[in-house]
Design a protein. Structure first.
Length: 368
């Protein structure tokens, strides 16, 4: 005779280490099985889009740092591309290479965080996470040389970057690139073919490609489901048209594939950085633009990049003033969260924690 169980609704978060930010999931369980999921967010809302309407175009750069705060260089890049489209200008070649180099180092740092905390959610008790942080710290040291900041960098500016790299930056970057293969190789050796990792993640929380496309999912989550869509290839910006790299794609769309795609993307990002170092030429790193910008009234532009978590876009409308009339942000973490119910229903509590880790969301850009 089957045992009857009463469904139980549990709140996971908003203060919970496995929700990857101030985020709440209202989940209904039947025993251990998830039968209903309701994501609840807004706890980290700071009114970024409205604040942008009260600051001038250069000041807004500091707001972008605080969206996905583990990927601030790429946030800067997306916003600056939107402003440059609004003005109808293009940064100098050296500035494009500096942006591309900084963005790819930031992608490596962001993916290291995603991989480390994903493994932490699996119960690895800190060792792989600390290995990831060891490499990330060296990238943050490089950022500090570039702009004096490590997390909220505000390095990029409409028309280029804050300033050229100091003399000591290039030897430090060379040393980092020389050490990287062995240090990252240790992490891969530990976890990529680890039996426990594979048993816990393969075939779990699969995202079919049609569901991913219909949900406008982007980034590693989309590529793990089998679609090789990357804005750096589809619509190159800055120096991406001049560098060679592959777009890693998996086919299963499960937790392991999302983890695996990020690992492969780290290798491609390092490959891009090597090419930037080889190809960059001397020259100016910023256009001679006025400090207070006034785009034409009625001008509008959408600047997008392939951020570490997917398509990050800024839509700007000008009324001829010193601040945008409207600023709208397209956040990849928010869009990717729309498939949460599909990923979790039917799986168990322990799988839920790991699946959230595989999505690598950041609530700073979700709530804005």
């Amino acid at each position: 005779m089957p045992i009857k169980t009463e469904p139980m609704t549990v709140n996971v978060g908003p203060q919970h280490p496995s929700t990857h930010g101030v985020f709440r999931l209202r989940i209904t369980f039947d025993g251990e099985e998830i039968v209903e999921v309701e994501p609840v967010f807004g706890y980290l809302h700071r009114g970024t889009e409205k604040l942008a309407e009260e600051r001038n175009y250069v000041q807004i750069v500091t707001l972008t740092d605080r969206l996905d705060y583990v990927s601030s260089m790429i946030n800067n890049q997306a916003y600056c591309l939107a402003v440059e489209k609004l003005l109808g200008v293009e940064p100098p070649p050296r500035a494009k290479y500096m942006r591309t180099l900084a963005a790819e180092l930031q992608r490596v740092a962001s993916h290291l965080m995603g991989i480390g905390f994903f493994l932490q959610d699996l119960g690895t008790l800190g060792t792989p996470l600390m290995y990831c942080f060891r490499i990330r710290e060296k990238i943050l040291d490089l950022f500090e040389m570039l702009c004096g900041a490590r997390i909220t960098v505000s390095y990029m500016r409409p028309g280029g970057v804050l300033g050229d790299a100091p003399v000591e930056f290039w030897p430090a970057l060379d040393a980092f690139l020389a050490e990287f293969p062995s240090e990252f190789g240790e992490i891969e050796q530990l976890v990529v073919e680890n039996e426990i990792v594979m048993i816990r993640t393969r075939g779990v929380s699969t995202l079919p490609i049609d569901v991913a496309v219909n949900g406008s999912v982007s980034g590693p989550v989309l590529r793990a489901s089998g679609l090789a869509w990357d804005w750096r290839k589809m619509d190159p910006y800055d120096a991406y048209a001049d560098v060679e790299f592959d777009v890693p794609v998996a086919a299963g769309g499960d937790n392991y594939d999302r983890f695996w795609v990020r690992i492969q993307e780290i290798h491609q990002s390092i490959r891009i950085v090597h090419q930037c170092v080889q190809q960059i030429e001397p020259g100016p790193v910023r256009l001679d633009l006025p400090l207070v910008l006034r785009p034409k009234p009625g001008a509008e532009a959408y600047g997008r990049v392939e951020a570490s978590k997917g398509e990050l876009g800024f839509y700007l409308v000008s009324d001829g003033g010193v601040s945008p009339y409207r600023c709208k942000i397209r956040s990849p973490s928010l869009i990717n969260l729309t498939v949460t119910e599909h990923l979790l229903v039917g799986w168990k509590l322990a799988d839920m924690i790991v699946t959230l880790g595989s999505m690598d969301i950041n609530m700073g850009e979700v709530d804005r």
